[in-house]
Design a protein around this ligand. Structure first.
Ligand code: HAM
Length: 534
């Protein structure tokens, strides 16, 4: 191999962020921070407290809450088995799939010895909770303990040789099957959403004993294996809020919507459009779904393959279709609002009245059904400007019964989640928000120092200025003043604090305003006073 070729091969791999994920970088992160600070302050004024649930949970939690037939659960989850004992799992794989030569008593004895060793370690690991003590695992352990002594008779018991010679030994086959059924870890999933986690936490911490309702909000990353595009990522961020317990009074639905709208207002988000709908309850929705299915079957041939499939799996989702060719067909389908039961119709009318009382503008959208199974009655979605096809910046709704579905007491629930990435995109599109970001950037002071005495003074000055809350850049090595001022300019500093031998000796520091080049001499105290007044 030539030297050149060798060099090429040695070149380390260039890593890139995984598809659908990205780095959030300065200065954009300043906007993220401003948005999140606004969340904390606005949501607190509505009585919400922050919850920080873990990023992964049992897969079963999301499957049950979000629904097995949904896109999220059926296609998009990052799920994996979490092993605490990969060594035991590997040993299991070896012995569960290895087939001893059952005609050879020696090979069977070795095999049984290995199974025995495994069963002892397995029992020990279950006791130490390193492997989950699920009913299936406990049963497998018991059965293995029964089977192994029988198996150890093979080759010693003349009677058992009879069926060994008959071919594959059923006792060993049974053992192999038991081994394969063992589950070594919890099957867990990177959360695709957080409503399920918040309900799990509500139950786990007996929050039904707190004054109701419990109002919680969260900010954090979610994970869905979707096809990445503008505004759609595989790791994205949500700002969400949930109200659990208490009543399902329509004023609660309206207030939670009012809170999102207030928040968007504070951020001066442009082109905000709120759509609302009611999708009924366990009593009236199934009847509507059947009616919809019957109507869809009549026009099945005119629908695309996705909608055709959904006639069977989830007819409501057909209403979500964006296919041009389906729009006129969908427009003629029956509206759910005309098929709500009396309670749902009354609730929906009251939610609208409550929104009006709060001055919240809305548009009714009978096709708004949402893509998660837990919703009932009120659903809503908010779109904003500058987002293209992925323009839903917030989605939410009522989910009475979800807590119960997850093993908790009957509990009312409603909430929403904002797509933070999309919110930021929309804010960036509107210049107004951008100019606000700049004005929020901290005032930077660049310390241009020369000489060892000046360095000591500069270190102390940096400490005092930072303690006073100013942003300071202190070069680690000496620079000529010209170079230092150039660097200060590049960093966008507003001031350069010039510290040379003269300044240190006089105790008077030179502050240069970079925009106009003007200079003034100040004592340290005067400098702090001057900066504070800005
Ligand atoms: P969702 O509609 O699935 O609802 O998501 C809410 C918002 O998250 C969407 O409107 C969108 O802005 C953002 N989002 C979703 N997927 C992505 C993605 N791949 N990339 C970027 N942004 C995305 C829920 O998650 C419910 N848990 C909301 C809720 C809370 N309902 C009641 N409480």
């Amino acid at each position: 191999m030539s030297e050149g070729a060798a060099k090429k091969e040695d070149k380390p791999r260039k890593f890139q962020a995984i598809r659908g994920t990205r780095d959030l970088l300065p200065p954009e992160t300043a906007l993220w921070n401003r948005v999140e600070q606004t969340v904390h302050s606005v949501f607190a004024t509505f009585g919400f407290g922050e919850i920080r649930p873990p990023i992964f949970e049992a897969t079963e939690l999301f499957a049950r809450a979000v629904g097995g037939e949904t896109d999220i659960v059926s296609k998009e989850m990052y799920a994996f088995e979490d092993h605490e004992r990969p060594d035991l799992a590997a040993l299991r794989t070896t012995i569960a799939y290895r087939n001893p030569d059952v005609l050879n008593a020696w090979s069977v004895r070795l095999y049984i010895e290995q199974v025995n060793e495994f069963v002892r370690a397995f029992e020990d690991a279950i006791e130490k909770r390193e492997i989950p003590a699920t009913p299936d695992n406990l049963r497998a352990l018991d059965d293995l303990k029964n089977q192994v002594p029988r198996a150890s008779m093979i080759g010693t018991d003349p009677a058992s040789n009879v069926h060994i010679t008959g071919g594959f030994d059923p006792i060993i086959a049974g053992i192999r099957e038991l081994l394969r059924a063992i589950q070594f870890g919890d099957v867990i999933t990177l959360r695709p959403e957080a409503t399920a986690s918040v309900c799990r936490a509500y139950i786990e911490h007996n929050m039904q004993q707190l004054p109701q309702p419990v109002k919680l909000y969260y900010i954090g990353p979610m994970f869905r294996r979707e096809r990445p595009q503008k505004g759609r990522y595989r790791q994205f961020y949500q700002i969400g809020a949930e109200i659990l317990g208490g009543t399902d009074a329509p004023a609660i639905d309206a207030e939670v919507i009012e809170m999102v709208m207030t928040f968007f207002d504070k951020l001066e988000l442009q082109g905000v459009q709120l759509d609302i709908n009611s999708i009924g309850c366990r009593d009236c929705r199934p009847k509507y779904v059947e009616l919809l299915r019957a109507e869809l079957l009549k026009v099945k041939d005119k629908l695309g393959p996705d909608s055709q499939r959904r006639i069977e799996t989830n007819p409501l989702r057909v209403l979500d279709s964006k296919l041009d060719s389906e729009q006129t067909i969908i427009a003629k389908l029956p509206h759910i609002a005309d098929h709500l039961c009396e309670d749902c119709a009354t609730h929906y009318a009251a939610v609208k009245r409550q929104l009006e009382l709060r001055g919240v503008l809305y548009r009714e959208n009978w096709r708004l059904v949402r893509g998660l199974d837990y919703y009932m009655r009120t659903t809503f979605e908010i779109t904003a400007a500058g987002l293209g096809s992925q323009n839903a910046v917030c989605g939410g709704g009522r989910y009475d019964g979800l807590v119960e579905l997850l093993g908790g007491p009957p509990t009312k629930g409603i909430g929403f989640a904002i797509g933070e990435d999309r919110l930021i995109l929309s804010l960036q599109e509107s210049e107004k928000a951008q100019s606000r970001v700049t004005s929020h950037q901290s005032l930077l002071i660049y310390i241009a120092w020369m000489g060892q005495n000046a360095h000591a003074t500069a270190i102390r000055a940096a400490k005092d200025l930072r303690n006073a809350g100013f942003s300071v850049e202190l070069p680690p090595v000496e620079q000529k003043f010209g170079k230092a001022l150039g660097q200060a300019d590049k960093l966008g500093a507003r001031f350069a604090l010039i510290l040379g031998d003269n300044e240190v000796a006089e105790g008077l520091w030179t502050l240069k305003t970079l925009a106009d080049g003007s200079q003034q001499k100040l004592t340290e105290q005067d400098l702090l006073d001057f900066l504070r007044k800005l």
